[in-house]
Design a protein around this ligand. Structure first.
Ligand SMILES: [Zn+2]
Length: 69
């Protein structure tokens, strides 16, 4: 009977610790980047990674060159 109470209390401690850990608010929020679509292939790329040319957005230099040439 003593072992049963030990198991129950151990399980209770584990459950409380798990609940406290899960309820902790996460500070690391994923940043949502502004996405733009490539004017050549339509692929969506982050705005800060896209290639800008003549007012158009492209996913790569190759597509910028293919669209202009
Ligand atoms: Zn593209």
């Amino acid at each position: 009977m003593k072992i049963f109470f030990l198991l129950v209390s151990a399980g209770l401690v584990w459950w409380i610790l798990r609940t406290l850990r899960d309820s902790r608010p996460s500070t690391a929020k994923p940043k949502i980047k502004n996405m733009v679509s490539c004017d050549y292939c339509g692929l969506h790329v982050p705005e800060d990674e896209c290639i800008r040319q003549n007012g158009h957005n492209y996913c790569s230099k190759e597509h910028a060159q293919k669209d202009s040439g």
